[in-house]
Design a binder for this molecule. Structure first.
Ligand code: ZN
Ligand code: ZN
Length: 116
């Protein structure tokens, strides 16, 4: 998909690479990445790409149950370790979300892991 992302949030990394982030509005429109229900934009947690007290700019769409209104393992905010155990890694949903919206791929580290 070719698109122009001129007005979206971006960030320049220390190495000079510029990364573009989907907006919350774009992310929400996809529907929950687990069940497809109407979703809000979840800023991934515990993945180490932000300073103390800062929200990650990386997002994935989640419905209330899979976001913050369910039990442990069901809702990511009830404990992201249990949620990832149940559903998969947040970072992989970020990758799929970016793909679905036509955003450039994240750079990979030597192990082939996306650099957040
Ligand atoms: Zn859901
Ligand atoms: Zn969230």
């Amino acid at each position: 998909m070719s698109r122009v992302h001129s007005a979206v949030p971006s960030n320049t990394r220390p190495d000079g690479d510029v990364i573009l982030y989907p907006t919350e509005q774009e992310v929400r429109k996809l529907g929950c990445c687990i069940c497809g229900m109407p979703a809000s934009a979840h800023h991934i947690i515990g993945c180490g790409d932000r300073g103390v007290g800062m929200k990650s700019k990386h997002m994935a769409p989640l419905c209330p149950r899979h976001h913050n209104q369910g039990n442990y393992r069901e809702s990511v905010h009830a404990g992201h370790e249990g949620w990832e155990d149940e559903h998969g890694r947040q970072v992989d949903f970020v990758v799929r979300t970016r793909e679905a919206l036509g955003y450039p791929r994240l750079p990979l580290d030597v192990d082939g892991e996306p650099i957040l």
